[in-house]
Design a protein around this ligand. Structure first.
Ligand code: HSE
Length: 438
């Protein structure tokens, strides 16, 4: 059979990695796909001629539309990232009847509904495995492996850069900016690394996982998003003393009132497997009604792991190129006419436990004032830790863990506690998840 001709947009970290893995594993890939896969046309403004294999077999242009409009190309691989011109290029490829493989989670989270509708209309596939959790085949697992289940919730460490930064800060006491620079040099970080640090990249990925889990439209703007910028080394130390690790977690949960979609720093009990996922590694824990919990772990970023997911998608598309459109796996796991709008809960209605840290005068009655406010707001306290002040210092650090409550209750309590004369500075809070089955 004729090899499948592929057009590649972008020859950066992931594009270069994809070309190299396709070249190195060509024979094995052909055995799996049933035919060869060759990149015949690529678009890039700059690339490393010494580091990328197979360049001599590609026509290379600076104009990505030349690739998208090339009649020889059957599959377009979009690896330039960002919203635009990626969206226009992908829509043009679809219009031209080409299948698309992308690692672009921002594009799918923001414009996926429109892109999948266009693909459905044209009878082509848009595959995006590399968009979530790097090389881990989590989309395949959720869309196909778990398709007998009702998924209850998904919780994941889904940004490799953020996890790398938190791990290096905790284990080696390294400086935030220094670790971020290393993550950039290693090709983990987004072109704009604030996407990693501020949780936006994780929110893109969580938005996609939520749609796959619950059969809801992609709605990135409804994801509550907090980054890792406010995690202090003090909190990391106190969390450890209480038997927890701080991780940047994405959580999507089905509740009777609606769907929770949120990414934020989270205390997780250190005995949980996912609390021990360190460095650039990602992990996604899925609670499904029949299977129960299942955990997917692997490299969340980097050239070869991401290329692994991109090429798995290319092979899938190559295998199904002649399949009837109706018999292909639906883009968002559920048949397009079965995607339903379930309400998304505002963060104030979300239920979690909390870790609080505050500075208070070290004198009798202070704790009583704080616990009275907690009681007034119907908040039950799970644990209290008071760090003795050093000699000569009259303020103590108080750490509290609450039981599960609604976010609006803790907001009201923190407002009242902050106004006490005996409290100094902000009351810091981090959500706590035990990741139990319910
Ligand atoms: N910047 C992303 C991360 C790359 O660090 O996880 C993989 O999506």
């Amino acid at each position: 059979m004729e090899p499948v001709k592929v057009g590649l947009l972008g020859l950066g970290t992931v594009g270069g990695g994809t070309a190299n893995v396709l070249a190195r594993n060509a024979a094995e890939i052909a055995r799996r796909a049933g035919r060869g896969i060759v990149i015949t046309h690529a678009a890039a403004h700059s690339y490393d001629t010494d580091a990328i294999m197979g360049l001599d077999q590609m026509k290379i242009t600076q104009d990505a539309y030349e690739v998208v409009n090339d009649p020889e190309v059957s599959i377009v691989i979009e690896l330039i990232g960002g919203y635009s011109p990626a969206k226009e290029l992908v829509l043009q490829a679809i219009e031209n009847g080409k299948h698309v493989v992308t690692a672009n989670k921002a594009l799918i989270a923001m414009h996926g509904n429109e892109i999948f509708a266009a693909a459905q209309e044209k009878g082509v596939t848009v595959a995006f495995e590399a968009g979530v959790a790097g090389g881990i085949p989590i989309i395949k697992a959720m869309r196909e492996g778990l398709s007998a289940n009702r998924i209850e919730w998904v919780a994941g460490i889904i940004n490799g850069t953020g996890n790398f930064i938190l791990t290096e800060m905790r284990d080696k006491g390294r400086d935030f900016d220094d670790v971020l620079a290393e993550a950039q040099a290693l090709g983990y970080a987004e072109a704009d690394p604030t996407f990693d640090v501020e949780g936006i990249d994780a929110a893109h990925k969580l938005c996609i996982l939520s749609s796959l889990a619950f059969g809801i439209p992609l709605q990135f703007d409804a994801v509550y998003t907090e980054g890792i910028g406010n995690v202090s080394s003090e909190d990391v130390v106190y969390a450890n003393q209480l038997g927890y690790r701080i991780k940047h977690l994405g959580v999507a949960r089905r509740t009777e009132q609606g769907i929770e979609m949120r990414v934020h720093p989270t205390l997780i009990p250190e005995k949980c497997l996912i609390a021990n996922v360190d460095g650039v590694m990602n992990a996604v824990l899925v609670q499904a009604d029949k299977l129960g919990p299942s955990l997917y772990y692997g490299a969340g970023a980097g050239a070869d792991p991401t290329a692994s997911a991109v090429i798995a998608d290319i092979i899938d598309v190559a295998r199904t190129i002649t399949t009837d459109v109706q018999n292909r796996v639906p883009h968002l796991a559920f048949q397009p006419d079965q995607i339903v709008d379930i309400p998304i809960l505002p963060i104030t209605e979300v239920t979690t436990a909390y870790y609080l840290r505050m500075q208070a005068d070290d004198r009798p009655g202070v704790l009583a004032e704080i616990t009275r406010i907690m009681g007034d707001n119907d908040i039950s306290i799970e644990a209290v830790l008071q760090k003795e002040p050093e000699s000569g210092v009259t303020r103590a650090t108080i750490i509290m863990l609450t039981q599960k409550i609604r976010e609006r209750q803790i907001i009201a309590a923190i407002d009242a506690i902050t106004q006490l004369d005996v409290i100094h500075g902000d009351v810091h809070r981090i959500r706590v998840e035990t990741l139990d089955a319910d």
